[in-house]
Design a protein. Structure first.
Length: 325
């Protein structure tokens, strides 16, 4: 039986499936622009990702999954100090994590000594076991909820090394920042929420860099499958800084302050429609068909109603759930 794209994405709600439909909805020219866009110095490039140096000792992995290569899917990165190297995210496949670990060794002379997971979704956590290859034993850091959900819900693709890596994670406080001193460089791992029950941002103050996880999607309409919208918006506002900052989004190109403002404006448009339609008794399905972003917000990767109205519907359903509660 042939399954339509809309049916596929309705039944399969992970960020990986969200990105799969995005690849079909985004024009080729936009995909190429995403892959080429850079706020840093390109140090490595593959079909599935680029690695960009954004400061001394800091590199951002920008996944380019719209080519169809699912090795990484999410963004991530490397932060290095004198005494340790932090790898950010486990990615969709062990091959993605292994690629980042190998690049860390090439660039810093050390295999990652620490690994941080921003949340449990498979495209950020499935491949984490690869960091333990060849006898290495990095410290994995995640919240207790991220650990539990990664074990309960992430069952594919199978990787026998994932469960021990996640089970052995050093747990982050759920209500206060955790500091990690890599030697001359202090990283803050800050618990937040909104995209999932248990999100973590990974932040540097000097230089001013924020690894946002999926709290921020740049140039792409986000996946609302686990989202509590008011928490999401509150968390994104808390990420904003007064000084110039590079934001490593969970998906899409690297972001600057103006991109965060535009992202919040997009959320405000969704909220406006959700509140109005919910109060009028209009279903999320029907309201989603009317959703159009104003030109002032700018283009977003998922803007073709024929392919992406289901994403707008999911966003409205998340709002309706919260408004009903």
């Amino acid at each position: 039986m042939t399954v339509s794209r809309r049916t596929f994405i309705t039944r399969h709600v992970s960020c990986a499936c969200h990105l799969a439909l995005a690849a079909s909805a985004m024009p080729l020219v936009a995909r190429r622009a995403w892959a080429a866009e850079s706020l840093g110095t390109m140090v490595a490039k593959e079909d599935f990702a680029t690695l960009q140096k954004i400061s001394d000792g800091v590199w951002a992995l920008v996944s380019t999954p719209l080519t169809g290569n699912r090795t990484t899917l999410s963004n991530g990165g490397i932060i290095a100090g004198r005494d340790g190297v932090l790898a950010i995210e486990g990615f969709q496949t062990p091959e993605g994590a292994r690629w980042l670990a190998d690049k860390a060794k090439e660039l810093t002379g050390r295999w990652p000594t620490h690994v941080a997971l921003t949340h449990y979704h498979s495209d950020h956590a499935n491949g984490v076991g690869a960091y333990f290859a060849d006898g290495h034993h990095p410290v994995v850091r995640a919240t207790a909820r991220t650990r539990d959900l990664a074990l309960e819900r992430n069952t594919t693709p199978p990787d026998p090394s994932r469960a021990p890596a996640v089970n052995g994670a050093v747990l982050l406080a759920a209500d206060a920042p955790t500091t990690l001193d890599l030697g001359g460089r202090v990283v803050r791992l800050i618990p937040r929420g909104g995209h999932t029950e248990s999100d973590v941002s990974i932040e540097l103050d000097d230089p001013s860099i924020v690894f946002c996880g999926d709290l921020v999607w740049n140039n792409m309409f986000p996946n609302f499958v686990d989202t509590v919208p008011t928490q999401m918006i509150s968390s994104v506002r808390a990420l904003k800084r007064a000084k110039n900052t590079i934001y490593v989004s969970g998906h899409g190109p690297l972001a600057q302050p103006a991109d965060i403002d535009r992202y919040l404006a997009m959320h405000e448009e969704v909220e406006k429609l959700a509140r109005k339609s919910h109060a009028a008794g209009i279903s999320a399905v029907d309201a989603a068909k009317t959703f159009v972003l104003p030109e002032s917000v700018g283009p977003w990767g998922l803007s073709n109603p024929a392919n992406t109205v289901v994403f707008h519907q999911r966003a409205l359903e998340a709002w309706y759930k919260e408004l009903k509660a």
